[in-house]
Structures are given as C-alpha cells and as structure tokens.
Write a protein that binds this ligand. Structure first.
Ligand code: TYM
Length: 354
C-alpha cells in the first residue's frame, strides 16, 4: 500500500480504495512480450500494477497480438511470453489476486477490435505519434496492424469495461483514443454509459523514465544501446556499471525541483531514485542538495541493486518452471474470458449481429 499512499500524496486522485474491501473500479493494463522488461516498464507501470491488485479487481494482459504488429520470431515470441509471465510474478503480481493472461487466448479482444475499427475514425489514427515513431520514414512498409494498434488497445480495455488503466506517460495518447472510441460507440448506438471512459492512471516520478545515455529519449527495450537501460534480468554488477556510466552533467544537485530544469540527465536520475525509494523528487533533493554525481551515483546504484536484484533472481527461479507458468496463464485465461465474453456478446447484439 506504500505506493498508493504515495500516489495520493502527490495530488493524483487515486481510485477509491477501502482497506477491507475490493473497490468496484476495474483495472486493466497490458505489456508486450518483446525483449526484456526494463526499469521504465517497472517504474512506469508494474509498481502501480502491484499496488492496485491489493484494492481492485485487476486484469493484466501480455499483449502478444500487439507484439506481432512488427515481425517476431515465433519461437522467441512463445519463450518471451513465458519469460514475461515469470517476470510479472517476480515483480509482485499475485496470480491469485490479479488475472494474468495472454491476449491471444481470449478471442473477444480480436472480435471487439474489429467492431471498434469500424467506430474509430481514420483522422484519429492519423494523429497517433507512436505509429509515426514506430513506422519510421517508410510508412508504406509498416503493417496495417501497427496502424490500428491503438484500436486493439481500446478493445483490450473496453472488453472488460475497465475504468482505470495504469500506464507510463507514453501511453497517454492511446488512452485518450480509447476514451474517444468508448464515447463514440455509446453515442452512435444510443447506449449512454455502456462503455465507461477509461481513466489513464499515470503517476509519480517513474511515469517517464529516460535513457541513461540521453536524458531526452525514453528508456526503451528497443534502444540499440544496452547501456541506455537497466534490464530487470541484469546481474547486480551490470546494473551498477550502467549507473556508473550513465550520462550526467558536471553541476552539483540543486536544492529544489526548478533547479533541475534544462538538466534532463540529472532530472532522470533523481526521478529514478525517487520512484525506487517511494518518495518525491523534492525529498531526494533535500538529502542530496549540493552533492555531485560522484556521491549520488553510488547511492543510486545501491538502491537499484537492492530493489531489482531479488526480482532478477526470482525471474531466474520461476523461468525454470514452465509447467507452473502455463498453469497461471490457463487459469487467467478462464477468468478473463468469463468477464469479456458476456460484454462482447452484448456489444454484438447492440451492433445488430444476429
Ligand atoms: P509496453 O509493452 O511498451 O510497455 C508496458 C508499460 O511500460 C510503460 N513504459 C514506461 N513507463 C515509464 N518510462 C518508460 N521509459 C517506459 N517504457 C515503457 C508503458 O507506458 C506501459 O504502461 N501499448 C502498450 C501495451 C498495451 C496496453 C493495452 C496498455 C496493450 N493494450 C491496454 C494498457 C491498456 C505498450 O506497448 O506497452
């Protein structure tokens, strides 16, 4: 619960929680089974996923349908799906509390995506910056799936009538589109309130973790430089080395948040520290004001290793037990289907399918 109280204290309205009961809000979020999970995924999303499973009905989805919008090696995709299941559990997702499953196993995601493709407008998709970034210069060669990717994301959320979606800041535009699609469906079919407009839940200093090599670029598993990110399965020595080598500036740390303006690398490292320590940037600066990176980096490296090393070891242990991981996903699939099936059945009736 430490994280939820931190969220509230930063003036971000957290969904209603009650200490002894599960709230009626429904939480949905997803992560792609491509490459290894990095610190940005952990601080931007997974920490909040873990906190929210305590007080909410939660659905956490390994989005393999989204993964194939760019080419994937089939064997690697299968292996990555299991590895990611192990990683999410190692980070604290409890499959008894949260419904943890892979997207392709619940056909309602694809069915609803098609229907919503017919609700979303071309002009809306043309504005999606992530498509522009991912498609690069040669848009003609991008898959059609990559283009309609955000509609599938809306279907993921709306198939469960989810009300809250914990994500990093990079997903904000996709979440706005999900809200627009929900509202247009409700309006076009005259079913006011049928789909809730899902609230993005983007919180705290970890909502946008930047590259360790360039504080103006997002930390990403697709960055060609491994030194740009901390992977959750890095060993302790590698994590510490990456922090040591992180780009910085020669100035000492300022006394207040405004002093970090125009210093993207300093801002990023202090933000990472605050997110890992479950505190605010302001509090970190109070402790490190006037200190240089020679002092700050070893403290940050210790904190990173202390937090992530046990997770990294647990990933190794769980990854060896494929049978268990598959049973978790099977169980999650059944639970997810039991919720999505009746909702999508209703959607089909609303749309006029016989
Ligand atoms: P994905 O797999 O790229 O990332 C998973 C989550 O990690 C967050 N994240 C970050 N947060 C802070 N700093 C960073 N550097 C950073 N990098 C990644 C992402 O914001 C995300 O929350 N489209 C989604 C997956 C998805 C989804 C959904 C999410 C599919 N369907 C429905 C929510 C609801 C994605 O590609 O996430």
């Amino acid at each position: 619960m430490k994280v939820l109280s931190k969220m509230k204290s930063e003036n971000n309205p957290a969904p209603q929680t009650h200490s002894n009961s599960v709230s009626s809000d429904r939480v949905f979020s997803g992560i792609q089974p491509t490459g290894t999970v990095q610190l940005g995924n952990y601080l931007g999303a997974l920490v909040n996923w873990v906190a929210m499973q305590e007080s909410h009905e939660t659905f956490y989805c390994i989005v393999d349908l989204h993964a194939i919008t760019v080419a994937q090696d089939p064997k690697e995709l299968r292996d990555n799906t299991l590895k990611l299941t192990a990683t999410l559990i190692a980070c604290g997702i409890d499959p008894q509390r949260a419904t943890l499953f892979h997207q392709s196993s619940v056909r309602e995601h694809s069915e609803l995506a098609w229907i919503l493709n017919c609700v979303a407008r071309l002009g809306w998709l043309n504005r999606m910056t992530q498509f522009k970034d991912k498609a690069g210069k040669d848009k003609e060669r991008a898959s059609v799936g990559l283009y309609t990717y955000p509609v599938l994301q809306a279907a993921d959320i709306l198939a469960y009538k989810a009300t809250h979606v914990p994500v990093g800041e990079d997903q904000k535009q996709h979440l706005e589109l999900s809200r627009d699609i929900a509202a247009k469906f409700n309006h076009d079919f005259d079913v006011a309130g049928f789909f809730p407009e899902p609230e993005p839940y983007i919180l705290g200093p970890g909502a946008r973790v930047m590259s360790l090599r360039d504080g103006t670029k997002k930390m990403s598993k697709s960055d060609p430089s491994d030194l740009s990110r901390i992977n959750l399965n890095d060993d302790a020595e590698t994590m510490a080395k990456k922090i040591r080598k992180a780009k910085t500036d020669p100035e000492a740390l300022p006394s207040d948040v405004d002093g970090l303006e125009g210093r993207p690398e300093a801002q990023n490292l202090v933000g990472i520290y605050a997110a890992l320590a479950g505190t605010t940037v302001k509090d970190v600066l109070r402790d490190y004001e006037g200190k240089g990176f020679g002092d700050f980096k070893p403290a940050l490296a210790d904190l990173v290793v202390e937090t992530l090393s046990p997770i990294s070891q647990e990933i190794g242990r769980l990854s060896a037990d494929e049978k268990y991981l598959k049973s978790v996903l099977d169980q999650g699939t059944l639970r997810a289907r039991s919720v999505a099936e009746p909702i999508v059945k209703q959607v089909k009736e609303i749309v006029g399918f016989l």
